[in-house]
Ligand binder design. Structure first.
Ligand code: FDA
Ligand code: A2P
Length: 245
């Protein structure tokens, strides 16, 4: 995760803005494999007045708009990285990694998948299974879809990719298709993989977690298992990784 800021803090004259957090969407080698770049996947925070429905630019997000408006060559202050929860465990190159993302939450997984399928590093030859569930509004808002589709074509035995397009697809109750609906659809396989030691990661909207927990609890109960016990075991085994915001 990186922190980026720019300008003066309105509440503390002379001090920079408070840091904003962004997940890193590349590996330590960067996108050009020379270790000189880091990628972010930034969503512009735009404010709409709840009463008029109109955009109010005075309340738009400071850092995200600064980053989205920046041009090649602009100087940006960053610090980090920090936090270890989303570091890809590389001790077992044949492990299973189930990744659940909404929107920009795909960032860390984009980095993992580059390490697994794009980079050639002697210490890590991935031979396991990476399974990405990505939730976005529609086809136009898919992120890194070309990269992921290429991995699917080149590594069909090691990569699975499921998309939940909330405003284009319906779930089985006729509501929006969310990542938790996809998890439910594949719950048998997911539970078996978790029982065999798979890592599961969640990154993106905080709001997805209650829905996901409800889905997993429902599935566990259908299987005659206690979700509370299973979850505490997953946490104890360091299989459960969450970074939501
Ligand atoms: P700013 O902090 O200025 O404003 C915050 C929100 O408040 C904005 O939505 C803004 O419109 C609204 N606002 C401003 N003034 C207001 C007012 N007067 N009244 C009401 N509302 C007002 N994001 C991302 O795009 N990619 C990523 O990879 C990540 N990763 C990530 C990891 C972790 C661990 C965390 C905690 C968070 C992220 N985020 C993220 C979220 C990101 O940090 C967040 O969107 C930015 O901090 C927003 O910063 P801004 O400076 O743009 O908004
Ligand atoms: P929607 O906005 O159609 O309700 P965002 O672009 O805001 O980061 O959102 C990414 C995706 O996550 C969108 O498809 C959005 O759907 C979806 N989403 C919003 N709320 C939830 C939730 N509670 N659980 C799962 N997905 C959600």
């Amino acid at each position: 995760m990186l922190h980026g800021w720019q300008g003066e803090n309105p509440k503390k004259p002379g001090a920079p803005h408070n840091v904003r957090l962004y997940s890193i969407a590349s590996t330590r080698y960067g996108d050009f494999f020379d270790g000189k770049t880091a990628s972010l996947c930034v969503r512009r925070a735009v404010y709409y007045d709840p009463e008029t429905g109109k955009e109010d630019p005075s309340k738009n997000g400071i850092c995200s708009n600064f980053l989205c408006n920046s041009k090649p060559g602009d100087k940006i202050q960053i610090t980090g990285p920090s936090g270890k929860i989303m570091l890809l465990p590389e001790d077992d190159p044949n492990a299973t990694h189930i990744m659940i993302a909404t929107g920009t939450g795909v960032a860390p997984f984009r980095g993992y998948l580059r390490r697994m399928f794009m980079e050639s590093v002697p210490a890590y030859k991935f031979g396991g299974l990476a399974w990405l569930f990505l939730g976005v509004a529609n086809t136009d808002s898919l992120l890194y879809d070309d990269e992921f589709s290429k991995y699917l074509k080149d590594y069909p035995d090691n990569f699975r990719y499921n998309r939940a397009l909330s405003r284009e697809q319906k779930n089985k109750s006729g509501g929006k298709m969310y990542v938790q609906d996809k998890i439910e659809e594949y719950s048998d396989e997911i539970f078996k993989l978790l029982d065999n030691g798979a890592h599961i990661y969640f990154c993106g909207l905080k709001g997805m977690m209650p829905g996901i927990q409800d889905t997993l609890k429902k599935v566990a109960e259908q299987r005659g298992e206690s979700w509370e016990e299973k979850l505490s075991q997953l946490k104890k085994n360091k299989q459960w990784h969450v970074e939501v915001y």
